[in-house]
Design a protein around this ligand. Structure first.
Ligand code: NAD
Ligand code: DAU
Length: 354
């Protein structure tokens, strides 16, 4: 494949949205390396499965032999690294897999990338990019009135998930500083949109509201997140990949801080409108449950650097984005049915029973 981009974790929520967006907007060829954990779903990519510019390879980023052969064979001009264990609650119950993929796996990928990149011509070395897709959670938790996270906020990760992402971000930084690998890092706030696995707040609440199941809000529901529509995150990554300054970090956010209770109430009202309230508002299903251990109180992103330097701003407002998202989950019953069987039911039963 000419001009290829290697995407890791491209069968997950953000990775699959990124692949679909890239294939529809430019002439990129994409190779998708994904292990297909419970969070990976090839159904997301059915519409491009036969496309000549797209290829799927099932495998683990920690399998160095596989990664080496893949890099030799597809000779990518860039790697966009999404693959990760991504759910905070799962990292609290079982951190090991997070260390294996997010730390050891990222290290293996970086080592193989360094070796591949070292063998390129000077011209190709200069054009190559490794983009690390990271999160705002590495910066820790803000007080109610503190200024939002900037690119110079010191790292202070609080959950095993955040710590594992911070570790891989540090490795990426070190590979640039020490070996000159042309890296870029994006730190993004909470995403929402189609294809998000319903263990995360927004899809979980949409599906429970549809089925008139309890809506489990942790603690007092006043924890604040900055929400960004997934397609905006994908366009930010593409912008940084093409125009970002090597070795730099860019914060990506939606300028849209909301507390969890407000998010859940908005979803209840939208589901009532679309399915009919039948005399009782779905807000009545809201149930306050035991808080997440070490629950970060507030995240907020200062995304002015990416706007000032690269001209990126989110296109979607929260109102338009959440409307599209709720409608998508209501209209895609087969997708929902496929992901909410087996292992998913087990997770919900174990996690919410305690
Ligand atoms: P996700 O859990 O939906 O998808 C992760 C994908 O990675 C899955 O397809 C899974 O099969 C794959 N994967 C896991 N382990 C792998 C391994 N060892 N080798 C190869 N593939 C593997 O995650 P997401 O929400 O799409 O997040 C993608 C990336 O973006 C992650 O790095 C996450 O930290 C980051 N991020 C997510 C958000 C968010 O709100 N979801 C926000 C900021 C940053
Ligand atoms: O901030 C970016 C991060 O956002 C990403 O790096 C992570 O991969 C992604 O999972 C997400 O982490 P959060 O922990 O913020 O997302 P989650 O959807 O799990 O929870 C959002 C908020 O909602 C959080 O304050 C916890 C709360 N919550 C979550 C669930 C699943 C509830 O109150 N009830 C729930 O059942």
């Amino acid at each position: 494949m000419d001009n290829a981009i290697l995407v890791t974790g491209g069968a997950g929520f953000i990775g699959s949205n990124f692949i679909l967006q890239r294939l529809s907007r430019d002439s990129s060829c994409i190779v998708n390396l994904d292990k297909l954990t419970y969070a990976g779903n090839l159904r997301n990519l059915e519409s491009v499965a036969r496309e000549k510019r797209y290829q799927f390879v099932r495998g683990d980023i920690g399998d160095r032999g596989l990664v080496r052969r893949l890099l030799e064979r597809c000779a990518p001009r860039a790697i966009v690294h999404f693959a990760a264990e991504s759910h905070v609650d799962r990292s609290i119950r079982g951190p090991e897999e997070f260390i294996r993929t997010n730390v050891d796996g990222s290290f293996a990928l970086l080592e193989e990338t360094r070796s591949y990149w070292s063998g390129l011509s000077e011209h190709d070395q200069a054009g190559f990019r490794f983009l690390q897709v990271s999160t705002d959670e590495v910066y820790g938790s803000l007080g109610a009135d503190g200024p939002p996270f900037s690119e110079t906020t010191p790292y202070a990760p609080n959950s095993p998930y955040a710590a594992s992402k911070a570790a891989s971000d540090h490795l990426v930084r070190a590979y640039h500083h020490t070996y000159g690998l042309p890296t870029l890092t994006t730190n993004c706030s909470n995403n929402y949109g189609r294809f998000q696995f319903p263990e995360k707040l927004i899809p979980l609440m949409i599906l429970n509201a549809c089925q008139r199941q309890p809506l489990p809000v942790y603690g007092d529901g006043r924890n604040v997140r900055d929400w960004l529509y997934v397609e905006d995150h994908c366009s930010a990554i593409a912008t940084v990949l093409e125009r970002g300054c090597v070795g730099e970090t860019y914060n990506v956010g939606g300028w849209n801080e909301k507390c969890n209770l407000e998010i859940v109430e908005t979803i209840c009202d939208l589901v009532d409108q679309l399915m009919g309230a039948g005399g009782t508002s779905r807000r009545d299903l809201i149930t306050f449950v035991k808080d997440r251990p070490g629950h970060d109180r507030r995240y907020a992103m200062d995304a002015s650097k990416i706007e000032r330097e690269l001209g990126w701003r989110p296109a979607e407002t929260f109102e338009t984005g959440i409307g599209k998202t709720v409608r998508w989950y209501l209209e895609n019953e087969t997708w929902v049915r496929d992901v909410t069987s087996g292992a998913y039911r087990e997770w919900i039963a174990t996690h919410y029973s305690s």
